[in-house]
Design a protein around this ligand. Structure first.
Ligand code: AQP
Length: 342
């Protein structure tokens, strides 16, 4: 039985990283005939670790659903729902908290990067958790494990930044199964796409991120052609001649090559061959052209769906009802296994 689960936080407008690293994969997986169940969640409980503005959260949720649907997520093929509408996520998370050693969580790198950004800390080595690390930000990988395991998911499409959390999920599942001597949870597989990680346009040592305070570091799926052009023009590259793919020595230009290759379907080699003698300005103009062209139909569909808010809300409601049915059943099994509610 193949069950696919993934989530995205309503912390702002999705960017090219979310799109190329996760959403494109979501679209192709919903069409996979061998998948019995496909669930995509707007993980609003996770968003609370970063975004605490109630109005913004409310707005982002609908916006995110509209954008996902405009990108090709089809409610006839999968369930789209808000995480907080299925309370079993929080309940299972608590149960898993009780078997997750703090040491496992301290090894995770995502909360460190996010905390570092929140507090403007220069280097990860300088992190001091006593200066206001919220428990939620530290423990969110356990909630993520609960999201996945709640549906007994077998396949999880995510970007490269989440690979470590998927390993943790498998460790937690294995520990639970062993401790309670019952194979309740399958060990879920990570599904990555070739464009695993899209980097920040401003600082290519970091990933492109919704919550970065620097608007110029990312291209949002709703950006106008002018905004896209300005952002790509200002993207950090180096002063070396020619276009060459070398993520370690030329991360900025290599990131643009990855973006160009992903949107055209050309391989990295084909892109490099095409532009090897060009200067970075010419190449940046071509990247802009491709991105603008690619996003145009998606943006048109976003505009159309914005006028159908009632329908979008009904999609979320239907998704939550169906997700709740499955979640309640599986959670009941977990409660029985651990000796509660018997
Ligand atoms: N830069 C990226 N390249 C490739 N994949 C990415 N993902 C995120 N950034 C990149 C993938 O997008 C999915 C949804 O991400 P998320 O909303 O759950 O949160 P995130 O991973 O923390 O992404 P952001 O954009 O950085 O959000 P904020 O800033 O709100 O935390 C995931 O599958 C992720 O791997």
């Amino acid at each position: 039985k193949r069950i696919t689960f993934s989530g995205i936080q309503p912390t702002g407008v999705p960017h090219l990283g979310n799109y190329l690293g996760a959403i494109t994969n979501w679209v192709s997986l919903q069409n996979n005939k061998s998948s019995e169940l496909v669930l995509y969640s707007i993980v609003d409980l996770h968003a609370l670790t970063i975004q605490k503005d109630a109005k913004m959260l409310q707005k982002s949720k609908i916006e995110m659903t509209i954008i996902l649907m405009a990108c090709g997520i089809d409610p006839k093929k999968c369930l789209i729902f808000e995480q907080s509408k299925v309370s079993a996520h929080s309940e299972l998370s608590w149960i898993l908290n009780c078997i997750t050693p703090i040491g496992w969580l301290s090894r995770m790198t995502q909360w460190k990067t996010k905390f570092q950004e929140q507090k403007n800390i220069r280097s990860i080595e300088d992190i001091d958790i006593s200066i206001g690390l919220d428990l939620g930000l530290f423990a969110y990988p356990v909630l993520q494990a609960a999201d996945i395991l709640l549906y007994k998911s077998t396949h999880v499409p995510v970007g490269d930044d989440q690979v470590q959390h998927l390993e943790l999920t498998r460790d937690i599942a294995e520990k639970f199964n062993k401790f309670y001597k019952k194979n309740v949870f399958p060990l879920p597989q990570t599904i990555l796409v070739p464009a695993k990680r899209i980097l920040s346009l401003k600082d290519p040592s970091k990933k492109m991120s919704k919550s970065s305070p620097f608007e110029y570091s990312r291209i949002n799926l709703t950006d106008s052609p002018e905004e896209i052009s300005q952002k790509i023009k200002r993207a950090t590259t180096d002063s070396q001649k020619g276009i060459l793919y070398s993520p370690d020595t030329r991360p900025g230009i290599s990131n643009l090559i990855t973006i160009y290759s992903s949107f055209t379907g050309l391989t990295i080699e084909q892109v490099v061959n095409k532009y090897k003698n060009s200067d970075s300005k010419t190449f940046k103009d071509s990247v802009t052209e491709i991105v603008v062209q690619y996003l145009q139909p998606i943006q048109k569909e976003i505009e159309r769906l914005k006028k159908e808010e009632g329908y979008v809300k009904s999609v979320l409601e239907d998704g939550a009802n169906k997700a709740n049915e499955i979640a309640k059943r599986n959670l009941e099994e977990v409660y029985k296994v651990i000796g509660l509610r018997n």
